[in-house]
Structures are given as C-alpha cells and as structure tokens.
Design a protein around this ligand. Structure first.
Ligand code: SAM
Length: 287
C-alpha cells in the first residue's frame, strides 16, 4: 500500500531508494543540551566509557554514537541529567530552520515528547518565550518530564487541542511538527500500520492545524511546518492548497550540506530515509 503510493509519487528509482532507506536500523544519535553541557564534556564522557562518537558537520550539537543501543544510552548519567537527548538527525532540522532568538514569542503547537521544544529553548539560550501545546494526556506528562529534565524551566505548557487555541493569540514564530503517517520512520523493527483511511485522517488533522497556525502567526512572522512523512499529500500538496488561501508564502530553505534529499516543492526540504536519516519534510513559511 505505502509502496504503491511512493511508486506513484516518486517513480521507480526513487521509490526504490526510499525502500532501501527503510531497510536500516538507525544508529543512536543525540543532541547535546547546550543549556547543561558542551560538546567537549559530552564527547569526553562517552570516550571514558569506550563509546565512539562522530560529529555531524551541519550541527555542532549533534553526535552519532557507534555500537551502542538506546537502552544503554538511557543508563548513562549524561542522559539522566538531561545533558543529552536522543533524537534522529532529521528531527533536529525544524528548530534550526526556525532560528529561535531571545525575546521571541514562540509556539510549539504539537510538542510532545518535547525534543524540539527543548531544542528551540536551548537555541535561544533559554531566552525565548516558548509555549508548548500537546493534546494527549500521557504524552503531555512525558513533555513535562522531558522539559524538566532538560532544564527548559521557563517553557509554558498547555494540555489542549491546538486547533482550539484562541485566534486572539499571536506569535513571532511557530513550529507545527504535525502528527503524520510516519512514512519516513519505517525501519525493520518499526513497520508502520498504514491505510488510505489513516492517511486521510492525518491530512485532515494537518490541514486544521496548519490553518490555525497561519491565523496565530504574526504578519512577517515565521512558521516552520514539518512531518516525519515522505508522502506529498502530507507535505507539499497540503502547502500548495492551504498557503495561498491564507496569503502565506514559502520562505526558501536549502538542505544543510551532506543531507540526502528527495525531490520536493521548490524551497522546501524533503529528507530521503537512509542508514542515518529518517525520512522527513520541512518548510519555512511566512505571511
Ligand atoms: N514535536 C515533537 C517532538 O519533537 O518531540 C513530536 C510531535 S509528534 C510528531 C505530534 C504530536 O502532536 C503528538 O504528540 C500528538 O499527540 C500531538 N497532537 C496531535 N494532534 C494535536 C492537536 N490537535 N493539538 C495538540 N497536539 C496534538
């Protein structure tokens, strides 16, 4: 089913590359929480434990760990103290494109478990006014736990459906890391349950949240829309349909050097799933 859609959307050669990407288990990758630690300290602590790390050329806070399982990383003091956060490299992109700055009023609309919220907060050196919204009760609890552990103490949290946020609110910057089919995250141990009905449900939710994000965005503000899906319905087709109605436009972004990409709408970045990267989509938008 998913294979058929990918074939129709990308053609045989690229659909095969995506299928190849699905055949890997990704190595553990971590983001250094710069509120609590620096690269030197983290690399030293891993080296002491005999764990080799590779740095990521496009992000000094990202590390690829060799030959270690997530469960072993969870037992390290670095993890327990919130000095590192396990996050796929693709998932570190949206906050980088959002470029959070001190004093900005930033909304993370669908925030749990909070990887990107804490990254946004850390990128602003703890000086942005971040509001994180999450609808699901259990995931909201996880968000609170992670924010606390990461030292993201001044993030305001809301346990609600972001589509119900009051239209009188307005934000300088918004991240909509939308709920999606997860078609970028397939691995041998994580096959997704996929159906056309489920995809339609995802697109409907994305459309509703995107329209709300565009209403809450200040004129001249920045919205980053992302999904961990490689399906065009959830990404570029949605943007092509919704942005013109809201008087919004794509602000062109470029993939960082070395990131494997898929063809996508001009000015947006779609990441090809590979051994290292989950399939992902990011677009920067303004109105
Ligand atoms: N940004 C998160 C991170 O990096 O840790 C991951 C977000 S995940 C892709 C999408 C989240 O949106 C899920 O936790 C889901 O429960 C939440 N969600 C879905 N619909 C929502 C809504 N209408 N309002 C608020 N949260 C919602």
């Amino acid at each position: 089913m998913l294979e058929g859609l990918l074939l129709a959307e990308y053609g045989e050669s690229i659909a095969q590359q995506i299928a190849d990407g699905y055949s890997y288990e990704h190595p553990v990758t971590v983001r250094i929480n710069t509120l609590k630690a620096d690269v030197g300290e983290v690399c030293f602590a891993f080296a002491e434990k005999g764990i080799s790390v590779r740095q990521v050329p496009w992000y000094s806070s990202a590390l690829i760990l060799e030959n270690i399982a997530e469960s072993a990383v969870e037992k390290t003091p670095l993890y327990a103290e919130g000095k590192i956060y396990m996050q796929n490299l693709s998932s570190m992109l949206p906050p980088l494109y959002l470029e959070p700055k001190a004093g900005e009023n930033i909304l993370d609309m669908t925030a749990a478990p909070g990887g990107k919220t804490s990254q946004i907060y850390a990128l602003s050196e703890g000086k942005a006014l971040v509001t994180a919204c999450e609808r699901d009760k259990i995931r909201y609890e996880r968000l609170l736990f992670n924010l606390r552990r990461q030292g993201a103490t001044r993030v305001s949290t809301l346990k609600l459906d972001a589509a119900t946020l009051d239209d009188f609110l307005s934000f300088d910057k918004i991240l909509l890391d939308a709920p999606c089919s997860g078609s970028g995250t397939v691995t041998p141990t994580n096959p997704i349950r996929f159906s056309v009905e489920y995809l339609k449900k995802c697109v409907k939710a994305q459309e509703k949240l995107l329209k709300k994000a565009l209403r809450l965005l200040k004129r001249g503000g920045t919205l980053v829309y992302s999904t961990c899906s490689v399906l065009k319905e959830e990404n570029e087709e949605l943007l092509k349909r919704i942005l013109p109605q809201a008087g919004a436009q794509i602000v062109p972004i470029e993939p960082f050097e070395g990131i494997p990409t898929l063809p996508s709408l001009e000015g947006t970045v779609a990441v090809l799933p590979t051994e290292l990267y989950e399939g992902f989509f990011v677009a920067k938008i303004t109105k």
